[in-house]
Design a protein around this ligand. Sequence first.
Ligand code: GDP
Ligand code: MN
Length: 394
Amino acid sequence: MKIQESDAKSLLLARGLPVPAWTVARTPAAARQAAEAILAGGEDKVVIKALVLVGGRGKAGGVKLAGSADEAEQVADAILGMNIKGITVQKVLVAAAADIVKEFYLAAVLDRKSQRIILMGSAEGGMDIEEVAATRPEAIIREAAHPHLGLLPWQARRLVFGMGLGAHLKDAVRIATGLVETMLVNDADLVEINPLAIIREAGPDGSPVERLVCLDAKVTLDDSALGRHPDLAGMRDLDEEDPTDRIAREQGISFIKLDGNIGCMVNGAGLAMTTMDLVKQAGGAPANFLDIGGGARSDKVAAAMALILSDPKVEAILVNIFGGIARGDEVARGLVEARKEQARSVPMVVRIVGTNAEAAAQILQAEKVATAASLDEAVSMAVAAARASAGGAA
Ligand code: GDP
Ligand code: MN
């Protein structure tokens, strides 16, 4: 699960890391108010950033500076509603603009191969790190954290010196170890600071001092670990969640959209994968992976049908249910109900075996739903139906 910069920054703050204060605004007026407060505090500029769950907001025009409350309101008005990589901006982050001396890159990532948290740092921050990795891999310093002890002090120092941050050794070491802590404490997959910046600001006596701060933050959390973090589940940004993903999550259905035209409704992840393989083998293309989960009550069947049909590419539906705990007759009844409510008519082939399969067949045949005795037969019927309706539409 991706979380917004504002939430990512609160996780860093909770570890005591240096993050400049910010406000989230949903309207130009609210952005203006936030800017007024910042400017009244003696700052000469504010930064306004689009809060969307994609990278490269700066390049897309979603990060702008403003020197007055009026300008802040205008800039916020321009950014709110902007479309960045397909997402409409619904809120902005407002903060005092930092006077940046130099930008660095620092991230804790999960390396599946070595099964460790790896810290990656570079003096070439701010820009696309993928590009640095591709063109100048030697410009990226790596340190693997110890599985139990985290990033050891000498490793943190080696990383920090390698990044050319020796002048800020103490703060940089604290930040590097803090990123690993943030990963572990929150079960995160990624904690990325780009840029980690040396900024210039007025010191206690008014003369300029330099300080290291986390200017941007990107955190992704392990969905499977969210059960252990009820507080973090609230960071899910419903503004940006795809409606089909939300329905699937609320119904406990595993749903992944694919490119084909045969919608699949299956119970059990393994059976769903097998069904997709067989569809492919028979010359068809699955439109989705869908595991309806245990029980498969009729409301779930209806929700699964709606998810499948929300994809306009779907030309046929293949239902493959192995009745164990799920009762075939209940699934069949759910299918019949869902067919009555569906917005468009798409051929459907059903194979139900196991618990109450005979009752299921009776219900389906009474409603003239195509049924198949074997999975192979069901698959070839679905592939043929998809071909026929694709041909008819053309
Ligand atoms: P991203 O493009 O989505 O990664 O958004 P960032 O927050 O990283 O901002 C992109 C770029 O905008 C940064 O690399 C900085 O160069 C610039 N930027 C962001 N915040 C500030 C700020 O407070 N002051 C100044 N001068 N530039 C900033
Ligand atoms: Mn960034």
